[in-house]
Design a protein around this ligand. Structure first.
Ligand code: AMP
Length: 586
């Protein structure tokens, strides 16, 4: 197995990364560190955040800096303030034991005077957002004439944020003999243009496939009616009690609303969006980083640069219009060799979007069913039991209270005790979910076992040779089924009564019992409706009735087989009525 020592890195760097706990290089580092350290070419690396790319370019670049020179030799461009700070902190950690090295992050949204002061002594490394760097260059506070290494980090994100022109302006200020290393999660056209225009001979390194979703991310979607999105979100969260994730929304307004609803409903959530001031954003992000928050509801823009590596879930409250945005969202989970889940809540008209994403990420989505109330309650109960099993008992602290507690609980059996303790937690969920509706939209592709899981059992349709003409009503039909089978638990579904026949659905598991019972008596004939078109017979019967109805109502559009219209029937009935009346008068 490769070690960092194999790369010939300086002792100061090796000592620092050892302290950080880096034992072995990550796959991208195995490729980029020797390449950047030993060959003179440029590099295009396709890699997601969380793959260890900062050390991938940071270590070999630090290795080659001349710390005796007070010139800016390394420029790293990144899309967001947060990413600049993160990269700069990582580099400072890696170079902790290197003497005379200065690394300065500069980014928008921060007091420029403070940054100007930091640049009084020329740093060897600048980590910058493009807009702010151009500003500083104009003020002659930064000179790019001695740049030897230019890193474009999250290049696709920089383009998404409209930095294309700024990037070009900056590149043109750097010397032509610089080496350029471009890192990007995806490879849109704009990136290819930069590569062809500004990069010298380069090699392409890909960790994972081009535009691929992270390998260890599972992609799931739930299909609900748009109006049930929020309820679905809550069930998904309730089904994953240990969730630590980001809920992505499309707009600031939606972000605010979803976060407010979640907070009101007792979830540990908060919102991150562009209407917050920088200190407010910092505070929310920090709470989320240290896991004081379980759910962060965010817009794509606001969540950029948020450096959290151990998210369990990413939830797409709405699918993004742009597939690349999906790649970025889902790539936030399943990082640093951990597994993750990317969940999308969609409605029926969005299925095609799922197919589009599948093609791009080259991975299949799994459709899952929104859990019913009972499933959520069971999951929460078992989670509570696990917590109980794993809880640390502070003997010293609890022991003084034990005699009194034991004497009060003395009369209860073990079972009663367990029931009562678990009910403290469980009742809340039971109460909430007792009338919970099924949020799933039934789809044609649904497998019988899926339908069954959601409480919709497979049915079989029967017809019986009596209808309204025989005085049959749904109630009478139910009575007849109960009496004939002598079983009140028969599960009867849809009922349809026509003049001559009645139709009803029965749980497939009870079909044999019904047939056997009706076979015992002679007044009624019961038959299953043909399988290929179970509704055919009843529909035909229904059409006939509908026709009679129209005719009786005098519907102008109705024509019987002989071409008599509804109006003619009406006229004829009126004539007969008038004839009867005049006969009575006489
Ligand atoms: P990055 O993709 O650069 O944001 O890195 C993702 C995470 O992996 C960061 O928290 C790094 O500190 C960590 N990391 C980077 N390289 C290694 C390594 N060789 N061993 C362990 N952790 C690492």
């Amino acid at each position: 197995m490769t070690t960092f020592e194999d790369f010939g890195l300086k002792d100061e760097i090796l000592k620092a990364i050892k302290e950080l706990g880096f034992e072995h290089p990550m796959p991208i580092q195995e490729k980029t560190i020797p390449y950047i350290a030993n060959c003179g070419k440029d590099l295009v690396a396709l890699a997601q955040t969380g793959t260890g790319k900062t050390a991938g370019f940071g270590l070999p670049v630090l290795q080659q800096i001349d710390t005796e020179l007070k010139q800016t030799q390394v420029l790293i461009l990144a899309p967001t303030r947060e990413l600049c700070i993160q990269i700069s902190n990582d580099l400072k950690n890696f170079s902790k034991y290197m003497q005379n090295l200065k690394i300065v992050p500069v980014y928008g949204g921060e007091d420029i005077v403070k940054q100007l002061r930091q640049l009084d002594v020329t740093p060897q490394v600048i980590v910058a957002t493009p807009g702010r760097l151009i500003d500083l260059c104009k003020r002659k506070k930064v000179s790019l004439t001695d740049i030897r290494f230019l890193v474009l980090d999250e290049a696709d994100e920089m383009l998404n944020m409209g930095f294309q022109e700024d990037i070009q302006t900056i590149i043109e200020k750097t010397p032509e003999n610089r080496r350029t290393f471009l890192f990007s999660a995806t490879m849109p056209k704009g990136i290819a243009n930069i590569v062809s225009k500004y990069m010298n001979e380069y090699e392409e390194i890909a960790v994972g496939k081009k535009n691929a979703g992270a390998e260890n991310v599972q992609h799931i979607f739930y299909m609900v009616q748009a109006k049930n999105r929020y309820l679905a979100l809550k069930r998904i969260v309730d089904l994953n009690p240990d969730i630590y994730g980001i809920v992505f929304c499309r707009t600031r307004q939606e972000t605010k609303e979803v976060a407010e609803h979640l907070m009101r409903d007792g979830y540990n959530a908060d919102a991150l969006h562009g209407d917050l001031s920088q200190p407010q954003r910092d505070s929310v992000m920090q709470k989320f980083r240290i896991k004081n928050l379980q759910l962060l509801v965010a817009t794509d823009v606001a969540a950029r640069g948020l450096d959290v590596n151990d998210l369990t879930h990413v939830i797409n409250y709405n699918l993004p219009d742009d597939v690349e945005v999906y790649t970025h969202r889902s790539g936030r989970t399943g990082r640093a060799n951990k597994s993750g889940v990317s969940i999308s809540i969609i409605h029926t008209k969005e299925r095609h979007k799922i197919r589009e994403i599948e093609k791009i990420i080259n991975k299949k989505f799994e459709q899952e069913q929104i859990p019913n109330g009972l499933e959520v309650c069971k999951k929460q109960l078992m989670h509570f039991i696990t917590r109980m099993e794993n809880v640390t008992v502070n003997e010293e602290d609890i022991n003084p209270f034990m005699p009194e507690i034991l004497s009060r609980l003395n009369n209860m059996t073990r079972e009663e005790l367990i029931k009562r303790f678990t009910s403290i937690e469980f009742n809340r969920f039971l109460e909430y979910y007792k009338d919970a509706i099924d949020l799933n939209i039934e789809t044609k592709s649904e497998k019988p076992e899926q339908r069954k899981r959601r409480g919709r059992h497979e049915c079989i349709r029967f017809k019986i040779n009596k209808g309204t003409r025989d005085g049959f009503t749904p109630k009478r039909l139910l009575g007849l089924i109960n009496d004939t089978t002598n079983d009140k638990s028969i599960n009867v579904g849809d009922i349809e009564i026509t003049p001559k026949l009645s139709f009803f659905d029965i749980d497939i598991e009870q079909a044999e019992q019904i047939m056997a019972a009706f076979a015992q008596q002679k007044r009624f004939t019961l038959k299953p409706v043909s399988e290929e078109n179970p509704r055919k017979n009843s529909q035909r019967e229904f059409n006939r009735n509908e026709g009679k109805e129209k005719r009786n109502r005098g519907d102008k559009n109705f024509k019987d087989k002989k071409g008599k219209s509804g109006n003619k029937f009406k006229e004829e009935r009126r004539r007969q009525r008038d004839a009867r009346k005049s006969k009575k008068k006489k």
